[in-house]
Design a protein around this ligand. Structure first.
Ligand SMILES: Nc1ncnc2c1ncn2[C@@H]1O[C@H](COP(=O)(O)OP(=O)(O)OP(=O)(O)O)[C@@H](O)[C@H]1O
Length: 328
């Protein structure tokens, strides 16, 4: 059983104090299910579960409205909470961290470099969890667009078992004004600091915000507010931007996420099982020495459309040429 979140435990404690929590309610399960809820969201969840209990208990007899209703009998059950959980969702649902990869188990093996990054990521997680000397670990995954940086960060966070995971991504902030974005980022850090152990993923830092605005607050946010709490922060960025915005020193560990090389692409093609075995080498030859995983997956999808079970390698080459043309 994982350590339930501080907030979840607090909520369960409050309800017990108020004496209307059903005896069968599994507090640990409940705390586990509400790991990514903030205080306000927990209040709303509790109100929703209570209203389910009220609806059930206060069965009004429409044929005899003079009958009184006994409010003292209200008991909020686990079932009420489960129904409330269907309705009330946290702003930063843990599922968000799997963005890009809709299911963590859909993460493809694609070469030694990716495996090595995952291994290092796991080691960093263990260090933050176990070392008394490490309260803050910062790691940057740097590499060209579409190389799988965010997916790798999400996989590390997903596997970590750390209940409090927040992702800050430009995709969550489309259309927001700069001050609102800064406020959102600050809130994520403040929320994280309420948990004894947390992970924050900062996706595409350069697109998040104009760094000069965030910069001065950023170091304060990370360094000054920890107060004995433990945090692993994983950022994703392209290297030249990392240098140009002067962020290089803000991250202790730098991991390079490269494009897929021929051997890595072979691993992906074989796993996808989209070519006849004898066509794989021809396809690899057409693909050239390297390519970001995003582009390779897009190409496979494009070439698979409307065809049979396997992709015809000539058709694949035409799709590849189309993609190259449109990129120019
Ligand atoms: N190992 C993998 N298995 C399956 N799909 C993957 C894998 N890595 C990345 N992808 C897919 O490739 C796409 C790009 O991945 P991701 O967003 O992680 O890359 P990125 O380097 O963060 O991109 P950008 O620089 O554009 O932000 C996503 O759609 C994701 O689903």
């Amino acid at each position: 059983m994982e350590v339930p979140s501080e907030i979840g435990l607090r909520m369960a404690h409050d309800m017990k104090e108020n004496g209307y929590l059903g005896a069968e309610v599994d507090l640990h399960e409940l705390a586990h299910l509400t790991e990514n809820f903030n205080g306000e969201e927990l209040k709303i969840l509790t109100m929703s579960a209570t209203s389910f209990a009220l609806n059930r208990e206060w069965k009004v007899d429409l044929f005899d409205l003079s009958k009184s209703v006994d409010g003292g009998n209200i008991e909020v059950t686990m079932h009420d909470f489960l129904m409330a959980l269907d309705e009330v969702k946290p702003a930063f649902d843990k599922d968000i961290i799997t963005m890009g990869i809709s299911r963590p188990d859909a993460m493809l093996q694609c070469g030694e470099a990716h495996k090595c990054i995952l291994r290092t990521g796991r080691a960093l997680v263990e260090q933050v969890k176990q070392s008394d000397g490490t309260s803050l670990m910062t790691c940057i995954l740097e590499g060209p667009p579409g190389t799988g940086k965010t997916s790798l960060a999400a996989t590390i966070a997903n596997e970590s078992g750390i209940p409090f995971v927040k992702i800050v991504s430009p995709k969550n902030m489309i259309g927001l004004q700069e001050p609102k974005k800064v406020a959102m980022i600050e809130k994520v850090f403040k929320d994280a600091y309420k948990s004894p152990l947390s992970i924050i993923i900062l996706g595409d830092i350069e697109r998040l915000i104009e760094y000069s605005r965030l910069g001065p607050r950023f170091s304060n946010l990370i360094l000054n507010t920890l107060h004995g709490k433990k945090l692993l922060m994983i950022g994703t960025l392209e290297r030249h931007i990392l240098e140009s915005v002067g962020l290089l020193e803000s991250f202790y560990v730098h991991l390079e996420v490269p494009m897929l090389r021929s051997g890595d692409m072979k691993e992906v093609l074989e796993a996808q099982n989209v070519f006849e075995p004898e066509d794989i080498d021809n396809a690899l030859q057409a693909l050239g020495p390297e390519m970001p995983i995003k582009k390779l997956l897009m190409l496979i999808e494009l070439a698979s459309q409307g065809g049979g079970e396997k992709i015809d390698v000539d058709h694949f080459c035409i799709c590849l040429a189309d993609i190259k043309l449109s990129a120019n």
